[in-house]
Design a protein. Sequence first.
Length: 121
Amino acid sequence: MESSFQKANRLLVALDELVQEEITLIRTMDFVEAVAVRERSAPLVDLLCTLADDPFVAGLQPRVQALLDRWSQNHHFLETQLTRLQAELDRVTEARRRLRRVVPAYIRPQPVTESRLNTAA
């Protein structure tokens, strides 16, 4: 049976791999998958939290802190991108609203006129 230190170490390695995957996905702008990876990592975080009280696991604190720092950077970048994309969506929505207001001015029925090529006249 593995000790709490070994289990915490194994969980940290797995969590580190998920954070690396998240970083790669964020760099390729695959935000949906990055969020999915973050959600997949939640159970690992929960398990690590249950082991945090163990004095043998306290030695892993620097690794946990480094992992949290990278995770925070990812979160900040995702928040920044979300804000930027929301602003872009607002801009496009406003442009569409303005376009809907001016379209009726360009959709006037054409007056019916006789063709000059009408040979029957």
